[in-house]
Design a protein around this ligand. Structure first.
Ligand code: PEP
Ligand code: MN
Length: 347
């Protein structure tokens, strides 16, 4: 459960809502945005750096873990300096690969959880790409946050859920926890409880919700912020069924499995590309009457790859077996091309 106001507005507001939430003992992270990416230039853009001290104070007074949204390396630097417990990357930033890479670099080497929202438009590859960028610098505690997508489609929600994209993400990274940000999907408080129940029923792994001590005077997202009492009621009424979302996002095994999932996707892509190149070579050899097996080339290839592997600490016998297996498949593909020629010419 990641809960707290959309924006940090004042020290009193932060401390008041943090106190109410900590009493409930169901919140894992207290959230508050201090740098707010806004559509209009004159809208409230957050209190900035001073909000970090309020979050530190909220943590000291309540024991809640605290986090905020980061949109660039400078934000990360300040967040780490103030020892916050988590960060999230917002939907606008998640859509920008340069920004995500910059944030990933800045987070490298620290082990706080990083939550990555879906990019604002419905592009699953962009979301996956952002997660891969975080994984590629060794960040291990990652979870995705589903906050809905911008769409021309007019519906009761502020952002379209497009659940199929979330299921595809789960299929792509089976061990990746996914949280539902029902506040930004629904956009109005009346819809939030039912949406949270749906998320739980769909085995999402957690919720991100905006709670403000006095939503009607909130400086941002006033229609979608619950009062602490409304939040408490929502929580009490949630029904957890047989397979509640209890995956532990701090379980390192799950995180390493995420990494393996990503690496295997890359491995498959590289292998497929390599075999497609073999196909082109086969076609060319067939056209120019060149034999399939060129012993010298094969010998050189094996020697150089084994040397490369050795330098990377890969066991020689294991690598030789892989190379032989790939070579065998290359020969099979080329033989098939040549045999096809024979049959064609006999026709
Ligand atoms: C937020 O969490 O307050 C926020 C700005 O969300 P999003 O990036 O999903 O719009
Ligand atoms: Mn918000």
């Amino acid at each position: 459960m990641i809960v707290g106001p959309c924006s940090a507005e004042s020290e009193t507001q932060i401390l008041e809502v943090a106190q109410s939430l900590s009493r409930l003992q169901i919140v894992d992270f207290f959230r508050a945005g201090i740098w707010k990416p806004r559509t209009q230039p004159n809208d409230f853009e957050g209190v900035g750096e001073k909000g970090l001290q309020w979050l530190q104070q909220a943590k000291a007074e309540t024991g809640l873990k605290v986090g905020t949204e980061v949109a660039n390396a400078h934000h990360v630097e300040l967040v780490l300096k103030h020892q916050l417990d988590m960060v999230w990357i917002g939907a606008r930033t998640a859509a920008n690969p340069f920004s995500v890479s910059e944030i990933a670099q800045a987070l490298q080497g620290c082990d706080i959880p990083v939550f990555i929202k879906n990019p604002i438009h419905p592009d699953l590859h962009l979301w996956i790409g952002a997660i891969e960028r975080l994984l590629s610098v060794g960040i291990s505690k990652i979870a995705a946050v589903h906050r809905g997508f911008s769409s021309f489609h007019i519906s009761e929600n502020r952002n379209e859920p497009f659940w199929e994209l979330v299921f595809d993400l789960k299929r792509h990274f089976p061990a990746l926890p996914i949280l539902t940000d029902a506040s930004h999907i629904c956009g109005k408080t009346a819809l939030i409880p039912a949406f949270c129940q749906k998320a739980i029923d769909l085995e999402m792994n957690g919720l991100m919700l905006e709670v403000h001590p006095n939503p009607s005077i909130a400086k941002t997202d006033e229609k979608q912020q619950l009062t602490p009492e409304e939040f408490e009621n929502l929580w009490k009424n949630l029904v957890f069924r047989h397979h509640p979302a209890t995956e532990n996002i701090h379980n390192p095994l799950d995180q390493w499995r995420n990494e393996i999932d990503v690496l295997d996707v890359e491995l498959m892509e590289i292998l497929a590309r390599r075999l497609q190149t073999v196909q082109k070579i086969g076609d060319f050899k067939k056209q120019h009457n060149i034999t399939i097996l060129q012993m010298n080339r094969w010998k050189e290839l094996v020697e150089s790859r084994l040397l490369m592997g050795e330098q990377k600490g890969i066991h020689r016998d294991f690598l030789l077996e892989i190379l032989q297996s790939i070579h065998q498949e290359s020969i099979r593909i080329q033989t098939e091309i040549f045999e096809k020629e024979d049959t064609d010419s006999k026709k």
